[in-house]
Design a protein around this ligand. Structure first.
Ligand SMILES: N[C@@H](CCC(=O)N[C@@H](CS)C(=O)NCC(=O)O)C(=O)O
Length: 196
């Protein structure tokens, strides 16, 4: 969907973040809510040759994989008025042009509500994306993240800030994939430090 199609006729829009957007939206918004979407699992299966890696050593960032039994927790940001066009213009470059993500509309369930949901825009990198790296063990992914960096910073920062968000904002959620990769990456880092 093109940004103009997304905002057509809308006075406000919710944008769901589940990776770097949860800790670094970098666009102006009216309000935010922690919550979840259903039918997707978050996986570090997408490559990144710009923000957290480069062409020779792509980093690993998250995307969403369809799984009808799964839920993914993150943050939704409501944008309205001029924030609508500004946020989508910014995210088109950050997510789509540089990251290879496409847009979809999903149901977002704010935490603590009565099970009600709102429609939200989400950026997803699908398996047919040239940057898609696919499944690997937590050890393989952790080792890759421990050594990659890109124009925005180290891949380790991307991982640790997401893990910190989940611990502080969603303590009730046990994200095995995320925390196994965090443990693996920090183990590699500890070897590097011990070797010095
Ligand atoms: N679309 C996901 C993932 C977003 C994401 O991590 N995208 C990368 C682009 S490859 C990004 O924005 N990176 C910025 C950064 O690493 O600071 C989200 O909603 O958070």
């Amino acid at each position: 969907m093109k940004p103009q199609d997304i905002i057509a006729g809308k006075s406000s829009l919710w944008i769901f973040g589940y990776g770097s957007l949860v800790w670094k939206p970098d666009f102006r918004y009216k309000r935010s809510e922690v919550g979840y979407i259903r039918g997707y699992k978050r996986r570090f299966w997408h490559g990144d040759n710009f923000h957290r890696g480069n062409v020779e050593s792509p980093g690993r960032v998250v995307t969403l994989i369809e799984d009808e039994d799964a839920t993914t927790w993150g943050v939704a940001f409501e944008v309205s008025g001029s924030q609508l066009e500004d946020s989508l213009k910014y995210l088109t470059v950050r997510e789509t042009v540089r990251g290879g993500y496409i847009t979809k509309m999903v149901d977002f369930f704010p935490d603590g509500e009565d099970g009600s949901s709102v429609q939200a825009l989400v950026y997803i990198a699908t398996a047919d994306n040239p940057l898609y790296l696919g499944p690997a063990t937590p050890e393989e992914i952790g080792a890759q993240i421990a050594v990659c960096r890109g124009k925005t910073g180290h891949n380790l920062e991307y991982l640790l800030r997401l893990a910190e968000f989940m611990r502080s904002s969603c303590p009730q959620v046990e994200d095995h994939h995320l925390f196994a990769i965090e443990t693996a990456a920090l183990t590699v880092v500890s070897y590097f430090l011990a070797a010095q």
